[in-house]
Design a protein around this ligand. Structure first.
Ligand SMILES: [Mg+2]
Length: 254
């Protein structure tokens, strides 16, 4: 029996500024039947608070505790696995906000870790700075390697393109904390007492959402409202395919 549904955001519940038709009704229906609704996004540009606010403003009611943004799980990852280490951030305000809350120290030089998320003000200078820290021995941690993210009508470069630039310059490979890594699922299971067989993930990307579910041992639903089409399915196979989140209902049938 499914007790928790983890929704991806971009391409799944909204696309750019446009909410996917029927998304609000699906969330409400699940909550009314006692299912825990959670939001998991590789996006690191916003804090949990800001993501919850954005969703609520779009008519998709959400609170901070339901949101697992990569800004947040990066902060939890570093404060638990790299406690007391200093970080140089290539990223936006969301990461800085979550790091402040988790008491992760951000520095401009002599960092132990270079943390990378989507940074829409990324410059050659920042790339050079990250390279200098990495050459001095810092390790490289990334929110995700998503190559793109969907907007209303098109696509924009994702954090993965920035991570690739830093990896290429430094020759170091980034440790990815977001999907498809299982770390966010471990946090969700710990926080909500959910088991693998009680949890399903709903997302639009095969190489992150569906790969994440398959690697981490939970069921998955691919929605065709975002990045991937049915004909893209090759190695990351979803358990269920729906045209959009509007069709999502429990129990799930093959
Ligand atoms: Mg998505």
């Amino acid at each position: 029996m499914i007790k928790g549904v983890i929704f991806d955001l971009d391409g799944t519940l909204y696309r750019g500024k446009k909410v996917i038709d029927g998304a609000a009704e699906t969330l409400e229906r699940l909550r009314n039947s006692g299912v825990k609704v959670l939001f998991l996004t590789n996006a690191a540009t916003k804090s949990r608070e800001n993501v919850a606010q954005k969703l609520t403003n779009m008519g998709l009611q959400a609170n901070k505790e339901e949101v697992y943004s990569s800004s947040y799980f990066l902060a939890r990852y570093i404060s638990s696995k790299h406690k007391g280490k200093k970080v140089f951030v290539v990223g936006e305000q969301g990461i800085l906000d979550e790091f402040r809350e988790a008491k992760v120290e951000c520095v401009e030089e002599r960092a132990d870790i270079v943390v990378v998320g989507l940074d829409r003000k990324f410059t050659y200078e920042k790339l050079a700075h990250a390279l200098a820290e990495l050459r001095d021995g810092a390790i490289l941690i990334a929110s995700n390697k998503d190559p793109t993210f969907p907007t209303e009508n098109s696509f924009m470069p994702g954090a993965g393109s920035i991570v690739a630039a830093i990896e290429t310059a430094s020759g170091k490979e980034a440790r990815v904390v977001g999907k498809p890594n299982c770390y966010p699922l471990e946090l969700i299971k710990e926080d909500y007492g959910l088991k693998n067989e009680e949890t399903v993930v709903v997302g639009d990307r095969l190489d992150t959402d569906i790969k994440f579910a398959n690697c981490c041992g939970i069921k998955s639903v691919l929605v065709l409202s975002g990045v991937n089409k049915k004909s893209d399915i090759k190695k990351d196979i979803p358990d269920y395919i729906l045209s959009s989140v509007a069709e999502f209902n429990l129990p799930l049938y093959p």
